[in-house]
Design a protein around this ligand. Sequence first.
Ligand code: FAD
Length: 528
Amino acid sequence: MSYLLRKRTMLIVRSFTILLLSCIAFKLACCFSSSISSLKALPLVGHLEFEDVHHASKDFGNRYQLIPLAVLHPKTVSDIASAIRHIWMMGPHSQLTVAARGRGHSLQGQAQTRHGVVIHMESLHPQKLQVYSMDAPAPYVDVSGGELWINILHETLKYGLAPKSWTDYLHLTVGGTLSNAGISGQAFRHGPQISNVHQLEIVTGKGEILNCSKRQNSDLFDGVLGGLGQFGIITRARIALEPAPTMVKWIRVLYLDFSAFAKDQEQLISAKGHKFDYIEGFVIINRTGLLNNWRLSFTPEEPLEASQFKSDGRTLYCLELAKYLKQDNKDVINQEVKETLSELSYVSSTLFSTEVTYEAFLDRVHVSEVKLRSKGQWEVPHPWLNLLVPRSTIREFAKGVFGNILTDTSNGPVIVYPVNKSKWDNQTSAVTPEEEVFYLVAILTSAVPGKEDGGVEQILKRNRRILEFSEEAGIGLKQYLPHYTTREEWRSHFGAKWGEFVRRKSRYDPLAILAPGQRIFEKAVSYS
Ligand code: FAD
């Protein structure tokens, strides 16, 4: 009897569950089909794609995949504004969100949206890239938010000019890097890319098109820079330029000791009159035949001694420097470089240098990209970890991480260099440690199938160890290109800036339509 009763109850529960799920599925289907038909009715110069959307569900990290409802290929800024305004007018009950996608070089789905609209920013070319070279001594270029930095380099070089601050890799978009910071070896001198922008044109989360700068709508301007795409879509940017060099003297030297390496880096970034134009560095752990590889593109100052230097099994620190050359100042510059190098304490037999064009120097990572693509090693998972570490704890961090946790750097570079906080604008949304000098530490490991220690889970486990070690040792780091899953973690990441961040969100994107892939806010939920 009780058996029959139990069976009947289970049958009822099962039927009810199926009915409920069918209702949800039906409601979602209705919701999607009404969203699709209302989006299809938008008067656009560009177009919306509903079928071929899978490319927008992937990114460079190759670990997260959210399939969007549609991809917008905008031709004009009004296309972007109409789409966002339409979604804003649908109110809090529509599930639609919007993700601007630059080149999709994010690591954890930051440019993706589940069932929302991805905006393919590279389609946007409202006007030709325009260089204003006559405005010397402060020339600038106006570019679309979806423009690649490599294209900006090519165009501005025609005028003998170039942006001042870069990223190591130039096949990234203006909107994508300005939403983070844009850091490279020039940042110690000029600040990150977000410190080198005069003006922006923004489409907010309500679909308004606003111009902003330090003088006009400055709250929006500051918020968007380093704002992880939360307050608006960057459709145009005015970027500061400087006279471009023709050639670059590119130098590498090695250290056996982190403290000596860091001391020299810190001296170089603080030096009055800045002796170099670019300062970076990287860690090398357990690599064989390193200097022989360098010989393919660099020349040793002391060939015999260099050939006797053994890198095998060691942890080494490479200081990488560049000095920009102009035709008429080469000899003077070479003499200056020699004098500055003589004040540093690297292993003397490891001085290598070369001269390359400015363009080849800036586009150097693309050479590696081509090589890795040809070996099928570019489109692999990239569980990267990017950190900003205060100067006061970098030595302890290096001891714990480079000395104990990282055992090999053959699956990707580990970049380490200091920058000056005084070159960062604290009004922007970008988050950095509080100290005057802090280091970028970029652990850029690829999960290469078949390679020892190449598994994604193993690399993620190691990344977690690095974060746990840093937490326990009180390193006080901040994540760059941050990724968190809870509100508490985001609150702690932003620290004193959290209140301002939330206020700006409720002002410029009150329904939380924009950049849902950052996982900071959820659509139409209040978090104050
Ligand atoms: P996406 O990944 O497409 O977008 C990034 C975020 O910005 C997303 O949230 C997106 O919604 C938002 N977004 C995109 N466009 C806009 C827009 N127009 N308006 C508003 N929001 C927008 N970074 C450095 O700072 N220094 C480096 O040296 C450096 N080197 C790199 C090297 C490689 C090989 C790679 C893959 C990345 C590197 N990065 C570096 C990281 C890079 O800055 C980020 O990946 C950044 O996200 C830019 O990529 P993207 O243009 O493809 O943007």
